[in-house]
Design a protein around this ligand. Structure first.
Ligand SMILES: Nc1nc2c([nH]c(=O)n2[C@H]2C[C@H](O)[C@@H](COP(=O)(O)OP(=O)(O)OP(=O)(O)O)O2)c(=O)[nH]1
Length: 128
């Protein structure tokens, strides 16, 4: 799950993954994996709260795109399907809780960021 968290000034909240993780140092839409028995929106609310402390309103989330990993690149691991939701309603202030960094970015800035491949696809869908 990934969230496009938008601010009134047109910027979006982006997360720089910790160096020691997969795709370390790259910028992504905030989010994470759904846990067993969890709904998609609930998972995104939980992941964003855990990662940066923002409270996102699940009732106002809107599906905005998806990206699937090329099966040839799964390398025996689990394939990844990433769903992007626009999250226009949220409260709080982003703080780093799990070693990542946060930045509010314009569309132009996002297009210039180094991103993992699926997030790049999501950005293109968000900005059509
Ligand atoms: N956001 C993103 N993640 C990707 C891409 N390709 C890819 O293999 N991944 C992997 C990295 C992570 O293992 C996982 C995303 O889950 P996550 O955001 O919860 O990552 P994480 O490192 O905090 O969690 P974990 O794997 O340590 O449990 O998907 C991609 O293009 N974008």
């Amino acid at each position: 799950m990934a969230g496009a968290i938008g601010a009134q000034d047109g910027r979006w909240l982006m997360h720089r993954r910790p160096e020691d993780k997969a795709h370390g140092g790259l910028w992504e839409f905030p989010g994470g994996k759904i846990e067993a028995g969890e709904g998609a929106r609930a998972a995104l609310v939980r992941e964003i709260a855990e990662e940066c402390g923002l409270e996102v309103d699940p009732a106002q989330m809107v599906e905005a795109g998806f990206a699937a990993q090329d099966p040839a690149q799964c390398d025996g691991g689990r394939p990844i399907l990433l769903l992007l939701f626009r999250c226009p309603a949220w409260t709080g202030e982003a703080t780093s809780r799990e070693g990542g960094q946060w930045r509010w970015c314009t569309r132009d800035e996002i297009e210039g960021l180094a991103m993992p491949p699926l997030d790049r696809v999501l950005a293109a869908q968000l900005f059509v």
